[in-house]
Design a protein around this ligand. Structure first.
Ligand SMILES: [Zn+2]
Length: 451
């Protein structure tokens, strides 16, 4: 288990290292820089040509589209919207077997795992687009950073509160050790690093920001240019807090594991995401974001329903640009996977559910799962499998994996539930069934409700 974590960590680190000076990343950034100079209508035309080329080259060999050729006419917007359940049930029919890829599991509708194939070059494209977002805030991929993220970087902290990773050039702080002692140690250990950005989950950065507000100003944090927010929604009071305490703008981006649409937050209008034309084509149908991705040739998804809500508008008034200068279309009011879910550790410290990242083989064996918290520092993973009862070895394996990941901040148990019990009243699964309310002791400055 330890070996596989380190193995994955090495793969992730190698991908990042290669991405930093990969010609593919440089090429993407150059194309985006050129497109930024084009007029909005030219960007739209460029994107149509690009999608046409992608579909002809990669989607035409995909079994599902050969059977449903209306998808192969990219100007034809009458092809049915592809829903997650269709892709989940017959994911092999969406694969282009000639393209080498990695297998990735993500959450589908109703908490059922969705298996995806992601091409290797698509991982680089992802970094290129993240590099683009960061560069708009004056941060390069390999600039020194403080990072508050968990296992999604493949990082095993193995009980330590923080580790320096040369590849990422960051001091990574464990989301399970967010205490005053850790923050004090962090400041003394970043004196030579001279970080220019903070990168991580809003819920993990928040305790640090509150501590810094109480104990600062700290000269170690004076060079920060941006707070780069990953993976989950941030509430308005958190954005205000980061802006004020770190004297740097929070920067967000929008994307999905299925890699169909990518949005870079506008530096002028928070909550507006400019759709990067090199990544995918976005549409909004019935208030839902529908995307045709152009970076993942191993599993092209066309007119795919992200299940995220949103609104799509031109960049500026009357065919013009956004006030920030961008000619790229804007996604607003993005809602969905970003609903913030938290669990609370042994000292009531908030822990992002994203840190419980369960994209693992051991979890793909269950059809549905849900975390439930009823007591401080304890989380129960409830699982169900259609037509069979998971055996105790499977449950123990899942428990071990999770417990190893969260260290001593949470006690994990795994139980079997009936699949119907894992449905909320609206028929959609609740990823986190939070029944516990934290006390007001250490984190009293955090409002319980968004303001
Ligand atoms: Zn803008």
């Amino acid at each position: 288990m330890k070996g596989s974590t380190i193995g994955r960590s090495r793969v992730a680190a190698a991908a990042f290292r290669t991405a930093c000076d990969s010609p593919l990343v440089t090429a993407h950034l150059k194309t985006l820089a050129q497109l930024e100079l084009a007029e909005p209508n030219e960007v739209v035309q460029w994107q149509e040509r690009r999608l046409r080329r992608f579909v002809d080259r990669w989607a035409s060999a995909v079994p599902y589209y050969r059977e449903n050729p209306e998808y192969l006419r990219s100007s034809d917007r009458t092809a049915a919207v592809l829903d997650k359940e269709t892709v989940r049930r017959s994911s092999a029919a969406f694969a282009n077997p000639k393209v080498p890829a990695r297998q990735v599991t993500t959450g589908g509708t109703g908490g059922r795992p969705l298996n995806l194939r992601i091409s290797y070059s698509s991982f680089f494209s992802e970094w290129a687009h993240i590099a683009y977002v960061w560069s708009r805030a004056g941060v390069r991929l390999n600039d020194p950073k403080i990072t508050f993220r968990g296992s999604s970087l493949g990082t095993g902290f193995h009980g330590r509160p923080m580790i320096y990773q040369r590849t990422y050039n960051h001091m990574a702080v464990s989301p399970f050790h967010l205490s005053e002692a850790t923050f004090t140690e962090l400041l003394s250990s970043i004196r030579d690093l001279r970080p220019v950005a903070i990168w991580g989950y809003p819920s993990s950065i928040t305790p640090f920001a509150l501590w810094a507000a109480r104990t600062g100003p700290h000269p170690e944090l004076a060079r920060l240019r941006a707070v780069l927010l990953a993976s989950e929604g941030a509430l308005d009071w958190q954005l205000d807090l980061f802006r004020e305490v770190f004297d740097a703008p929070p920067i967000r981006w929008y994307g999905q594991s299925e890699k169909v649409v990518f949005g870079a937050e506008c530096p002028r209008f928070p909550g507006h995401y400019h759709v990067t034309p090199t990544y995918g084509v976005a549409q909004v149908i019935n208030d839902r974001i529908i995307g045709s991705g152009m970076t993942n040739a191993a599993m092209p998804l066309l007119r795919y329903d992200t299940e995220d809500g949103g609104a799509l508008t031109p960049p500026g008034l009357m065919g013009g640009r956004c006030a920030c200068g961008s000619p790229f279309a804007v996604l607003r009011d993005v809602a969905g996977r970003w609903d913030q879910s938290l669990v609370y550790g042994t000292h009531d410290e908030p822990i992002s559910s994203a840190a419980l990242n369960f994209h693992d083989e051991a979890f793909a064996r269950f059809d549905r799962f849900q975390f439930r918290q009823e007591r401080r520092g304890e989380v129960e993973l409830r699982v169900a499998s259609a037509g069979r009862v998971p055996d105790s070895a499977e449950l123990e394996k899942a428990r071990c994996l999770l417990q190893h990941r969260v260290g001593d901040r949470l006690v994990i148990s795994v139980t079997v539930a009936a699949a119907d019990d894992l449905l909320s009243r609206r028929g959609k699964i609740l990823m986190i069934d939070q029944r516990y309310r934290p006390g007001q002791a250490d984190f009293s400055a955090m409002p319980a409700q968004p303001t």
